[in-house]
Design a protein around this ligand. Structure first.
Ligand SMILES: O=C(O)CCC(=O)C(=O)O
Length: 321
């Protein structure tokens, strides 16, 4: 069942100049909600580019002013169109350009105390009428990165359009790493994780505007509420970055496999040798988890680009990029 939000997110703008207060609030609530802090022109550019692709793919009516759904029903969209859409949006490097926009880069750098270590785990959320995102914690299928998610609305998002809702403090509940498989490629970052029944709240949300951003602890329970409009599409993007103290994510191409070892030539030129043990979450191209005994015949083969988190020499997660 979909949660019913009973309150509003607490605005953190007042703490922006106080890193200790920001850290304390993120530790306490598991989220930070800032309003009107991201450069609106850059947000508008991202939204226009996303909408252009939706129009190209015949999923939106051909008007760059308003995102109006022209695609199939949600289930069919998720099954057949979401994958190609994400791939196309990925090729355009929209989120990379967004966070590289100088005022936005400066905003994040101020929070992280230096250049922000974004990882390629971003996701464009395109919610057609009826569309929602299952309740989940980002860490479950992507453990080990020690990351924060930044949820960025690309348009005004009121209760009718749905959008992000979360349970404050839920990051402190203790996490179950399910190692669970995602049942389909469509929603690789949350499918298969819906706790049932709906966890008790309180669930909080806000009426979001372009320029707002919500930062979330990786273990915070959250969801994308259903888009209850008749024809409008809800657009947002979520980007993720690592805690500056975390071991740097491994990003590169697998060059060799040995029993319980994966060799990755990293984009920065380093060679990472990742040990695989019973705690490692190996994921295939469809998001499903791969039993360690199946590694040699899995998607994780030499030549494949991957993203991995490690604890010392042991891989926590290895997944295709
Ligand atoms: O926008 C949504 O639908 C949900 C966003 C989300 O789940 C996330 O940022 O991890």
């Amino acid at each position: 069942m979909e949660p019913i939000p009973t309150g509003e997110l607490r605005i953190a703008n007042g703490c922006l100049s106080d890193p200790d207060q920001l850290r304390a609030r993120l530790d306490e609530d598991g989220y930070l909600y800032f309003t009107g802090v991201l450069n609106r022109a850059a947000i508008r550019t991202t939204r226009t580019e996303v909408l252009r692709v939706l129009i190209e793919q015949k999923l939106a009516h051909p008007s760059l002013l308003e995102p109006v759904w022209a695609g199939p029903v949600t289930a069919e969209f998720m099954e057949h169109h979401e994958g190609p859409l994400q791939r196309r949006l990925g090729e355009l490097r929209l989120w990379e350009n967004l966070v590289a926009c100088p005022p936005i880069e400066v905003f994040f750098a101020r929070l992280t105390g230096g250049p922000t270590a974004f990882i390629p785990l971003a996701r464009y959320r395109v919610a057609p009428p009826g569309g929602l995102t299952a309740i989940h914690r980002d860490v479950t299928l992507n453990p080990g990165f020690n990351m924060v998610t930044a949820w960025i609305p690309l348009m005004r998002t009121d209760l009718t359009l749905g959008g992000l809702a979360l349970v404050p403090g839920s990051h402190r509940e203790g996490i179950v790493h399910s190692g669970l498989a995602a049942p389909a490629a469509a929603s690789q970052d949350c499918a298969g994780q819906t706790p049932s029944p709906t966890p008790p709240g309180p669930w909080l949300r806000a009426s979001y505007k372009p320029g707002d951003v919500v930062l979330m602890h990786e273990a915070l329970l959250h969801t994308g509420l259903a888009n209850r409009s008749r024809k409008s599409i809800r657009l947002s993007v979520d980007v993720r970055f690592q805690n500056p103290a975390a071991p740097k994510a491994v990003i590169g191409r697998i060059t060799r496999l040995e029993t319980d070892l994966i060799y990755v030539r990293c984009d920065d030129g380093d060679m990472a040798i990742l040990a695989v043990d019973s705690s490692t979450l190996l994921r295939g191209k469809d998001g499903r988890s791969i039993p360690r005994s199946d590694l040699a015949k899995s998607d994780l083969q030499p030549g494949l680009r991957v993203l991995a988190a490690r604890r010392e020499t042991t891989a926590v997660v290895v997944r295709p990029l």
